[in-house]
Design a protein around this ligand. Structure first.
Ligand code: ADP
Ligand code: MG
Length: 536
C-alpha cells in the first residue's frame, strides 16, 4: 500500500468523455479473417437471423488486500469479518490505492496486447443497493487504465465443423470495486448483507461485439481465463465467482454484422440484452441460445427488444428480466474527489513487461514448431499451464506426437470421463512417458498399450513391469508370425480364393492372425507377411 496521497480537490468533469468512449468503439481495427468462421444461423419464420455478442468479464485481482483498503480478501471468512472502515463506507474514510492491484491490471493489459494508459482516473458510479454502503462504486469510466487490445480465440464448434481461431478485439480494461453480497436465502423474511467482498479489486474486461456463436463466447472466456491464470493476475476460479461474464446478446439479419465491421456504426446491430454474472461455460452457451430465440420471437411478432439486464435460470434453462438497463448518464459518473488521477511511469510498465511469463498463444506456437504438433493439439495442451507442463514432461526425449496423442486422448479422455483433476491423475507424467517409450521402441503395439494403460490406472505399477509380468511383449519374430499365418491360410481356403476380387478380406486375415497371437503380433509384420503369402 502506498502512503496516503495528498488530497487535491479537482473537478475536471469530462464533458466529452462519453463521446470519446463512442469514438474508440467506432474505430475499426484490422479485419478478422471471417472466411474460416461459419455464421450461426437461426431460421425464423421471416427468414434467417444471426447473433452478435460482446462480453464484459469481471476478473477478481489476485491480491491479499482490497483495492482501496488493507482488509483481507480471503475467501470463506465469516460474514462481515473482512471489512475495514473504508469498505463499510464510514463517513470521512479515505480510499488509498493498492499499488499491487494497479500492477496486476497493467500486467493483464500487457497480456491482452493492449495499450496501457499512463494516465487513468477513478470515477464514482452512483447507484443504490443495500450491499453498496457507499452509494456508489469506484470505477473507471472515461479514462480506463488499459485501452484497446485483442485476444486470439480458439474455437471448436459445438455442432461439428473444423476448429478455427478468430481475433476478438478488446475495448478496454478498467479497475473497479466489487460490491457486497445480499443473502436472501438464510431467512424467509429478511435479507442479510455480507460486506466481505465490498471493495475487492475487480478488473472489468470489455470486448467489442466480435463474438458470433455460443461456442465462440465460451471459447473467449476460456482463453481470457487461461491468460489471466498464466499471468497470475486472477485465479480464474469461476465456482467462487472470481471470474464471471456478463454476456450481451443481440440478433440481426445476415450481412448486418459485416456492415457494422465496415463502418463501425453500431446502429447496424440489434438492441442487446445483458445476461448477468455467468460463471459456467455450459450455462453461457445455453443462455445465449435461449436468449437469441426469445429475441427473434419478439421481433418476428412485430415487437421490439427492450435493452435490459437478464438473469439465466439454469434449472428452467431460460432467462428472465432483472432490471431495465441504465445508460451511462443514469449513473451520474464523476471523478472521485478522494482519489488523484493515476499516473504511472512508462519505466514501471516496461519493468512489468519484462516479467511476463510465456502466454498460452506463445506456448502454442512453440509447441507447434518445437514438437511438430497440429494447431489444435498445441492449443489444447497450451491452454492450461498445468496440462502444458505435464505434456512437456511426458514428451521430454520422446516422440512428441505420440506423447500428445496419449496425453490428450487417452489420459485426458479418461480423466474427463471420471471427472478427475490432472493433479490427481493415477498415472504420472513419467509413468506415461515410460509407456510411450515401449510403444516407440516396438516393445508393445498401440493396442496392447491401451490394456497396459488400463492396468496402470488400476495401480498395477509401471508399464515395463506390467508388460513383463503379463508377457505382453510384441512378437516381432517373423518366423513365429509366419507359422500362424500359414495355419490361418490353410484353414480358410474359401477366403483365400476370394481375396483377389475382395482385397478388403485382408483386414479379416489380419484380425485372425492378431487374435491367434493374443494381440501380441507386430501389426506391421503381420501385414507384410500376409501380403507376401496371399500374393497381394
Ligand atoms: P454497459 O456499461 O452498459 O454494460 P459497456 O459499454 O460497458 O456497456 O459494455 C457493452 C458491452 O456490450 C460490450 O462488450 C459491447 O461489445 C457489447 N455490445 C454493444 N452493443 C452490442 C450489440 N448490439 N449486440 C451485442 N453486444 C453489444
Ligand atoms: Mg459495463
Amino acid at each position: 500500500m502506498e502512503e496516503l496521497a495528498p488530497i487535491e480537490w479537482y473537478s475536471r468533469l469530462d464533458s466529452d468523455a462519453i463521446g470519446r468512449v463512442e469514438e474508440r468503439r467506432n474505430r475499426v481495427s484490422a479485419e478478422n479473417d471471417m472466411s474460416a468462421r461459419k455464421p450461426y444461423v437461426i431460421k425464423g419464420e421471416t427468414g434467417d437471423w444471426e447473433l452478435v455478442m460482446g462480453l464484459e468479464v469481471h476478473a477478481q485481482v489476485s491480491s491479499n488486500a482490497k483495492l482501496f483498503s488493507g482488509a483481507s480478501t480471503a475467501f470463506g471468512a465469516d460474514p462481515n469479518c473482512n471489512v475495514s472502515l473504508v469498505d463499510a463506507a464510514m463517513p470521512g474514510m479515505l480510499p488509498v490505492i493498492n499499488r499491487y492491484c494497479v500492477e496486476q491490471a497493467i500486467r493483464t493489459g500487457l497480456g491482452l496486447k493492449a495499450q496501457i494508459n499512463t494516465y487513468s482516473r477513478f470515477d464514482r458510479k452512483n447507484y443504490f443497493y443495500p450491499d453498496l454502503p457507499q452509494g456508489y462504486q469506484i470505477s473507471q469510466f472515461a479514462h480506463p487504465i488499459v485501452g484497446e487490445g485483442e485476444i486470439e480465440v480458439d474455437v471448436e464448434p459445438a455442432h461439428g465443423g473444423d476448429a478455427y481461431a478468430f481475433s476478438c478485439r478488446i475495448e478496454r480494461l478498467h479497475l473497479e470495486q466489487d460490491a457486497g453480497k445480499s443473502i436472501h436465502d438464510m431467512d424467509p423474511s429478511s435479507t442479510y448483507v455480507d460486506l466481505n467482498r465490498s471493495g475487492v479489486a475487480l478488473m472489468e474486461i470489455v470486448s467489442m461485439p466480435d463474438i458470433r456463436t455460443p461456442a465462440e463466447a465460451a471459447a473467449y472466456v476460456k482463453k481470457l481465463r487461461a491468460i489471466v491464470i498464466a499471468l497470475g493476475t486472477c485465479d480464474g476460479d469461476m465456482d467462487k465467482g472470481n471470474l464471471r461474464a456478463d454476456v450481451n446478446v443481440s440478433v440481426c439479419r445476415p450481412g448486418q454484422y459485416e456492415k457494422f465491421r465496415e463502418t463501425g456504426d453500431f446502429s447496424h446491430l440489434g438492441t442487446r440484452c445483458e445476461l448477468k454474472n455467468m460463471n459456467s461455460f455450459r450455462f453461457i452457451q445455453q443462455a445465449i441460445e435461449y436468449e437469441a430465440r426469445r429475441q427473434i420471437e419478439i421481433l418476428e411478432d412485430g415487437g421490439s427488444i427492450d435493452q435490459e439486464t437478464r438473469l439465466f435460470d439454469p434449472v428452467k434453462v431460460e432467462t428472465r428480466s432483472m432490471r431495465s438497463k441504465e445508460d451511462a448518464h443514469d449513473y451520474r459518473y464523476f471523478p472521485d474527489p478522494d482519489l488523484l488521477p493515476l499516473e504511472v511511469e512508462q519505466a514501471w510498465i516496461e519493468e512489468i513487461r519484462a516479467t511476463l511469463p510465456e502466454l498460452p498463444d506463445e506456448k502454442r506456437a512453440r509447441f507447434e514448431t518445437d514438437y511438430g504438433l497440429s494447431r489444435y493439439d498445441a492449443g489444447v495442451l497450451s491452454a492450461d499451464a498445468e496440462k502444458a507442463s505435464f505434456f512437456e514432461e511426458v514428451a521430454k526425449g520422446r516422440d512428441p506426437k505420440l506423447a500428445a496423442n496419449w496425453v490428450t486422448q487417452e489420459l485426458f479422455g479418461y480423466l474427463n470421463k471420471q471427472d478427475i483433476e490432472l493433479a490427481d491423475s493415477p498415472v504420472s507424467a513419467s509413468s506415461l512417458g515410460g509407456l510411450i517409450e515401449l510403444i516407440a521402441n516396438d516393445t508393445i503395439s498401440g493396442k496392447i498399450a491401451k490394456d497396459v494403460f488400463a492396468r496402470m490406472i488400476e495401480g498395477e505399477g509401471e508399464a515395463a513391469d506390467i508388460v513383463e509380468k503379463h508377457g505382453l511383449k510384441q512378437v516381432t519374430d517373423t518366423g513365429a508370425i509366419e507359422k500362424v499365418v500359414d495355419e490361418i491360410i490353410a484353414a480358410n481356403p474359401e477366403q483365400v480364393a476370394q481375396i483377389k476380387e475382395k482385397p478388403k478380406t485382408m483386414g479379416w486375415f489380419v484380425g485372425q492372425v492378431m487374435k491367434a497371437s493374443g494381440g501380441k503380433a507386430n501389426p506391421k509384420a503381420v501385414n507384410d507377411i500376409l501380403k507376401a503369402k496371399l500374393g497381394l
